[in-house]
Write a protein that binds this ligand. Structure first.
Ligand code: GLN
Length: 189
């Protein structure tokens, strides 16, 4: 079976995800409107980094929100990176507004403050090993429920986790040459 993955392409770093999927010979489709979601039989979905408030707002304005939330709740595999994690979180520690709200995690937006706003490091990712991680005004995961598996901890903060069909990384795997996180996601499908 050939796999087709939708990448939310309304704002943020979606091109880089599409390029990473292409390198893995996986078909990528841009999700810009509701029909992109309903007319393509996608086997997975990527929510990229960007600005979660803007993306959340656009999801509603473009009328994608309800269908996307339903597909995720029904088990569509999803990879959320950086702002994508914020879109999936049920609780945002420093924001009253939540978005798709499907994952039992609490995230803190812009969690590293101004000075450490953006940084690169090597971190260990469960089942993959050591990989490069790029953080850009990143959130971290403050708390996870029992049904959430922690996949990576950097500087004592949770930076990757998995719950059922949802995998999240607070760093940007699409901004490095390393394709292991995308591979991990595709294999999970
Ligand atoms: N700071 C952004 C937000 O809160 C996330 C940053 C990113 O995706 N690189 O939505």
């Amino acid at each position: 079976m050939s796999i087709k993955i939708g990448v939310l392409a309304v704002q943020g770093a979606f091109i880089e995800h599409i390029n990473a999927l292409k390198k893995l010979n996986v078909e990528a489709v841009e999700i810009r409107q509701l029909s992109d979601l309903t007319n393509n039989e996608i086997h997975g979905l990527i929510l990229p980094g960007g600005e979660s408030t803007v993306m959340g707002k656009l999801l509603k304005e473009l009328n994608i929100f309800g269908e996307m939330q339903k597909l995720i709740k029904d088990g569509l595999p999803v990879l959320g990176t950086c702002a994508g994690v914020i879109l999936l979180a049920k609780t945002i520690a420093n924001d009253e507004k939540t978005h798709l709200s499907t994952m039992d995690i609490t995230v803190k937006r812009n969690a590293y403050g101004r000075q450490l706003g953006s940084f690169k490091t090597l971190g260990n990712f469960k089942g993959i090993g050591e990989i490069p991680m790029t953080f850009i005004r990143a959130p971290y995961i403050e708390r996870v429920s029992e049904n959430v598996e922690v996949l990576s901890v950097v500087n004592n903060q949770i930076v990757a986790a998995k719950q059922d069909n949802m995998i999240v990384t607070t760093f940007h795997p699409e901004l490095t040459e390393d394709l292991k996180v995308h591979e991990y996601f595709v294999e999970s499908i």
